[in-house]
Design a protein around this ligand. Structure first.
Ligand SMILES: Nc1ncnc2c1ncn2[C@@H]1O[C@H](COP(=O)(O)OP(=O)(O)O)[C@@H](O)[C@H]1O
Ligand SMILES: [Mg+2]
Length: 258
């Protein structure tokens, strides 16, 4: 089966040569770890490097914010939108769900019209609103993923993990089982510096690296670095100093929720 490249420096190697075509990947992490950036970079690279049009669905941020933040990385989404190669859509989980269940809903039409190959949904956390039942939520995610697969799309879903407290596991109990790949993002404190770590928890039908990698968000986007050498308990361990939300905001490490 064919693999497609995310073009995110370092990520495709960890996934043994990229993502399977039509596969679904969840990028899971707390606020500010770069989930939206991962998604936008995937779509932008798709168009500019691999000639694969893409759809970016946002439930939380207005398209204007997505365009503005992307521009700060030098990614002119509007230009490609004008050329009919990128589409940024602001919608709700309920509308997306019903459009996918319909014959010839808007995603179907976009795929037919501009031959979209990639899609990002940012973030599926809001889809929890659709039902309080874990079993049913799993069903919702299953039909979402299968709907997109049927349309030939390779999907990235972002999923938000609360910064300080465990969540009720609704997403993990449902989404984790139905997606093909899981990319897990985390803040870690190493020698009084806050760093970001990435690991591939699952890659269905593929080899994948098991190491915990540092990654950085720079003016050019996300770049995955080396392993955390000489450290243990990064994924599961507690940081030695508890970091409050206020401190993180003050340090500009996370943005205020809009
Ligand atoms: N132009 C930029 N240059 C460097 N870092 C940036 C830039 N824009 C955003 N960031 C970093 O990316 C983080 C936000 O990423 P984002 O993708 O919105 O995270 P998430 O979607 O996980 O909340 C910010 O906290 C900031 O650290
Ligand atoms: Mg985001």
């Amino acid at each position: 089966m064919k693999k497609i490249l995310s073009g995110i420096p370092g990520l495709d190697e960890l996934l043994d040569g990229g993502l399977y075509e039509r596969s679904s990947t969840v990028i899971s992490g707390p606020p500010g770890t770069g989930k939206t950036t991962f998604g936008v970079q995937f779509i932008y690279n798709g168009v500019t490097v691999y000639n694969e049009p893409g759809i970016f669905i946002t439930f939380e941020e207005f398209p204007e914010i997505i365009y503005r933040d992307a521009m700060n990385f030098g990614w002119d989404l509007k230009k490609y939108e004008a050329e009919g190669k990128i589409k940024v859509i602001f919608t709700s989980p309920a509308v997306l769900k019903s459009e996918l269940e319909k014959e010839n809903g808007f995603i179907d039409r976009l795929v037919a019209e501009f031959d979209a190959k990639r899609i990002v949904i940012d973030s599926v956390t809001l889809m929890e609103q659709l039902t309080t039942d874990h079993q049913e939520l799993r069903q919702v995610f299953n039909s979402l993923i299968n709907g997109l697969k049927r349309l030939g799309l390779t999907t990235i879903l972002t999923s938000e993990i609360p910064l300080f407290f465990g969540n009720d596991g609704a997403i993990e109990a449902s989404l984790g089982f139905v997606v093909d790949n899981i990319v897990f993002l985390k803040y870690v404190e190493i020698e009084s510096e806050l760093e970001t770590a990435l690991t591939i928890l699952k890659a269905r039908g593929s080899k994948h690296a098991k190491d915990i990698r540092k990654y950085k968000i720079t003016g050019k986007g996300i770049k995955i670095d080396t392993k955390f050498a000489g450290h243990q308990g990064i994924l599961t361990g507690f940081p030695s100093r508890l970091i409050s939300g206020k401190t993180l905001l003050e340090e500009g490490l996370i943005r205020k929720k809009r």
